[in-house]
Design a protein around this ligand. Structure first.
Ligand code: C2E
Ligand code: CA
Ligand code: CA
Ligand code: CA
Length: 277
């Protein structure tokens, strides 16, 4: 790759002698990717199961690598978390979503952008101030965002996470527990944390069609969420049959390939227009 900045840029080298050299190379690659616009904002719609309207879009990162093609987040997010690079990534995704909202919010007024947070964000005391700064710069409001946090990100350091989440809630962000049912201590913390939404992990939703215990878990989670006054989202909806079953169970929102796969942000407005017809 051509060096266009003064920063040293390490080129991807699949076969290196030491693990640390490989780590440095990938970290250099990620920094390069961010600086050279190789990271992309993809969006996946969240469907309101009562109204049939699209109410939100989840921001999912992709890496458009010049040699390796479209790299999915599983191949670099764990690494970005290890090295702390994920904090820059979160802010970048938030900013891209803010730009997208600023451009489309008037056309699709009630849309919210959902951003995935990492445990690193929850441990950064400056994180809420950084988001406030970005929102002021782009003229968007906290009520236009949903922040998705996994149970494991919270359980890393529950006290600090709780402190940050309280600050984020006070700013007006909607908070959502992602991958619900796959982590630990969910119930004790659910009661205390200022969250408004549960996202049922896709493993349960995808298993519903041929595993009755998955279906029971989904049904119980919907009831639990509603009893606690939370909205509930099912992810991983891959068929019309599951969509209808979720609707019958009273699930509030759904997301999944059956509705739409994640798409480049630039394609979203047109897709949403077609959906509304
Ligand atoms: P997640 O937050 O649980 O996101 C849902 C994942 O399920 C996405 O994978 C999405 O494309 C996929 N998915 C959606 N509908 C279906 C479906 O019907 N069937 C199946 N099989 N999968 C479906 P993706 O985009 O590959 O992201 C994987 C994970 O990477 C995310 O899981 C999230 O943990 C992480 N991730 C993605 N983008 C970001 C980001 O910007 N920041 C952070 N911190 N993590 C991210
Ligand atoms: Ca998520
Ligand atoms: Ca999830
Ligand atoms: Ca996940």
């Amino acid at each position: 790759a051509a060096k266009t900045t003064n920063e040293p840029v390490l080129v991807y080298a699949p076969r290196l002698d030491s693990a640390s050299a490989e780590t440095l190379s990938l970290l250099g690659d990620l920094r390069h990717a961010l600086a050279h616009h190789e990271l992309r904002l993809y969006l996946q719609p969240k469907l309101d199961l009562r109204s049939g309207a699209i109410v939100a879009a989840e921001a999912l990162v992709r890496w458009q690598h010049p040699q390796r093609g479209l790299v999915p987040p599983v191949q670099f997010i764990p690494f970005a978390e290890q090295t702390g690079f994920v904090r820059q990534l979160t802010l970048w995704m938030f900013e891209q979503a803010a730009l997208w909202l600023a451009a489309h919010a008037s056309a699709q007024a009630p849309l919210r952008a959902a951003i995935n947070l990492s445990t690193r964000d929850l441990l950064d005391p400056q994180f809420p101030a950084r988001l406030t700064d970005l929102m002021q710069r782009h003229g968007v409001e906290a009520s236009h965002f949903c922040l998705e946090i996994t149970e494991s990100a919270i359980m890393d350091d529950p006290q600090r996470a709780e402190h940050t989440l309280n600050q984020l809630a006070a700013l007006g962000f909607k908070l959502s527990i992602d991958d619900f049912g796959t982590g630990y201590s969910s119930l004790a913390y659910l009661k205390r944390l200022p969250v408004q939404e549960l996202k049922i992990d896709k493993s349960f939703v995808m298993g519903m069609s041929d595993d009755e215990s998955d279906a029971k878990i989904v049904r119980s989670t919907i009831d639990l969420a509603h009893n606690l006054g939370l909205t509930v989202v099912a992810e991983g909806v891959e068929s019309q049959a599951i969509l209808q079953r979720l609707q019958a169970m009273g699930c509030d929102e759904a997301q999944g390939y059956h509705i739409c796969r994640p798409m480049p942000a630039s394609a979203f407005a047109e897709w949403a227009q077609q959906w509304a017809k």
